[in-house]
Design a binder for this molecule. Sequence first.
Ligand code: NAD
Length: 698
Amino acid sequence: MPVETHIEDGIGVVVFSNPPLNPISASAGIPQAIEAALRALDADPQVKAIVLAAEGRMFSAGADIAEFDKDPAAIAAPARRLDDVLDGLAKPVVAAIQGGALGGGLELALATDYRIATADAKVGLPEVTLGIIPGAGGTQRLPRLAGAAQAARMISSGKVIGAHEALRIGLLDALAGDDVRAEAIAFARSVAGEGRRRSRDREISNEGGPEAIAEARGKAPRGAPGDAVRGALDAIEAGISQGFDGGLKSEYDIFDRLLVSEPARGLRHVFLAERAVARLPGLDPALKSASTQAVAIIGSGTMGTGIALAVAQAGLPVTVIDANSAALERSRSSVENTIARSVERGRLMEATGQAQRALIGFSLDMEAVRGADFVIEAVFEDISVKQQVFEALDRLADTGAVLASNTSTLDVDRIAAFTKRPQSVVGTHFFSPANIMRLLEVVRGEKTAPETLARAMTFAKQIRKVGVVSGVCDGFIGNRMFEEYLRQAYFLLEEGALPQQVDAAMEAFGMAMGPLRTMDLAGQDIGWSIRKRRAVEQPDRPYSRIPDLICEMGRFGQKTGAGYYLYGKGGKPEVDPAIDALVVEESRRLGITRRPISDEEIVERCVYALVNEGARILGDGIAARPLDIDTVWVDGYGFPRFRGGPMFYADRVGLPQVLSRIENFTGAYQGWAWRPADLLRRTAEAGTGFAALNGESA
Ligand code: NAD
C-alpha cells in the first residue's frame, strides 16, 4: 500500500511510501491515496489533528520527473487537487520531514499547517534548474511563511537549504531529534484544539522584497534559459499584488507554459540522462555494489594530481606514485596550494581541508600500489611508457584490483594486453582540471570484465563524477566528435568567418566557450601534435592549416599569452588583427573568395558535425545510446544544458531537416567531410528520432 493510516491517541497519522525517494507520483497513486486518507481522518470524530509523514530516508524528493513528458497537461493536477483538499480540512495538519523535502515534496509540506524536520533535513524548490517553476503553490506559500525576499532568493536560485536555516526563516516550525514522527505527533497534540493555521491565510512580509526580486531578475540568464527565473519572480509578485488566489492562478499559468518550453524539455532530458548513463544496457545492476576502498595513481603530473584531489574530496585514501622526485614534489605543493586556496576562499572548512590533505600520500616506489583496489595510470602519453607501467602493475597490484588507464588517445586493448589480467583493465578518461570537471569517460576494452566496468562506474559515482561508458576508438566519444566540430570551425575561417565571429555565434547558441577560445584554453600544442599524426594516418581527411600556422608562431593559447586571441593580465581574450590578417591570407592562398557567413550557418555546421559524428559513434557501438553522447557533451564540453545535448537537439530540430542540411553541405566547400552517417539517414527516414534509441532507461 502506498499510504497507510492509523490513529494514535486522537492524532491521525498518514504515512506514504514510494521508495526510494517518495516522489509524489500520480501514476503510483500517491496524491490520490493521501487525499483519501486525509479526508477520512478529517471526517473521523476521534481525530483531533493529523500528522503527514513518509517512509524511508527522505520525506519526498518531489514530482517524478520521468512522468513529465508522458502527459504534461495532467502532471500538476493531482498535486494541486491535494493542496485544495488540505486547504479544505477542518483539522490542523503537521508535516514530519526526515532527510529532506524538495520541489513538489516541499510544496506538499508547505500546504500543511506546521512543519517539523530532522536537523539534517534539506529543503528547497529547485524547479528553475529544470526550466520550470514550482507549480503546486510553492511560489505563493513560501513567501507567506518566509517573506518575499527569502522566497525570491530561494526560488530564483533553486538553492537547497539546511533545516537550521529553514527554521530561522520561518519555513519550519521546529526541529526534531531522530524520531521526527513521534515528535510531530506530540506537536500535533499540542495544537489540536487551535483550529487551522494555513499558510495561505498569512500576510506576506514584503520587507526587502522588491530589492531581492530586482536583484534576482538581474541575475537571470538572458533569453529563453532565463524564463523560469523571471516566471517564478512574476508569480511571487502576482501573489503580493493580487493575493493568494490571484497569485496561484498566475503560478499555474506560468508553470503550465514553461513545462512544455524548449529549455525545460532539454533540462529534463539531461537530468534523466545523467541518471540513466549509470544503467548501462546489458550490465547487471547487481554488479554495481563493489565500491572502491583505496586508490593508487601512477604519474603525478597535471592529471594525476587533479585525480588525487578528486579522490580525496570524496573521502577516499589515495597514494600518488611517480618515478621522478621533482615531479612528485610539484604535485605535493600543487595539492597543498589548491586546498589552501579553497580554504582561503571559504569554499572548504579548514578541518575538511586538513582531512583531505591527510588522505593523499606520495611515493617514489611502485610497490606502494599494494593495498589499493583501484589503480589509475596517468603517466606520459607514450605506449612504451604505458607498457612499462602496466607490466609493473601486473606484477605488483593486488589480485582483483582494477587497473585503469587515463590515456586520451592510445588503444586501451593494447594497454590491457601488457598484463596477464586484461579483464581487470579499463580506461578512465578524466577531463582537465580533473578535480573540477564532472565528466569521466569509462572506456570498455574488448576484454574488460563486466565486474571491472561496474566497479569503474561505481567509482565514478563515489568521486561525484558522471561516468559515461565508451567503447575503444580514437578519441572515445567526446574527442572524436570534438575533432569534427573543430574541423568545421576551421573551414568556416577559410571560407570567410573570423575567429571572434565563430566563437560569438557558438556562445550565443549557448556553448560555455566558442571552439577557438576553447583551443586557446586547452593549449594549441596538443591539437598540433594530434594533427601531425592525423596527416600521416588520414591524408584523405585534410585539416585546415590555420591552427598549424598559429602554432608555428609559438602561439599556443592562454599559457603563452597568445593564440587565436591575445591574453592580457586578466586573461581576457582580445581580438588580434594579425590573426585576422593570417586567416584572410590563408583564404587567398587557397584561392577562396571570402564570403559573408551567417551566425546561423556557423551554428548549423558546427553542431551538425557533432550530430553526424555522434550518429556514426552510435552506429559503431562506441556509445550505447544517444543519451550517453548528450551527457558527454553537456558535462565535458560545455554544450548548453538547456538544449539537452547534441543528439537531443537534433531531434528537436527534426532529423529530416538535419539530414537535408548535411546533404546540402556535401555539395559545398570541403563537402567530403559531410557524408551522412548511415544511422542518421535510417533514423531520419524512419521518422522516429534519436530518442527512440534511448530505450526504456531514458
Ligand atoms: P604529465 O606530463 O603532466 O604527467 C605525467 C607524469 O608521469 C610525470 O610526472 C612523469 O614524471 C610521470 N611518469 C612518467 N613515466 C613514469 C613511470 N614510468 N612511472 C611513474 N611515473 C611516470 O601528463 P598529464 O597531462 O598528466 O597526462 C597524463 C595522462 O593523462 C596521459 O596519458 C594523457 O594523455 C592523459 N590525459 C591528459 C589530459 C590533459 O588535459 N592533460 C586529459 C585527459 C587525459
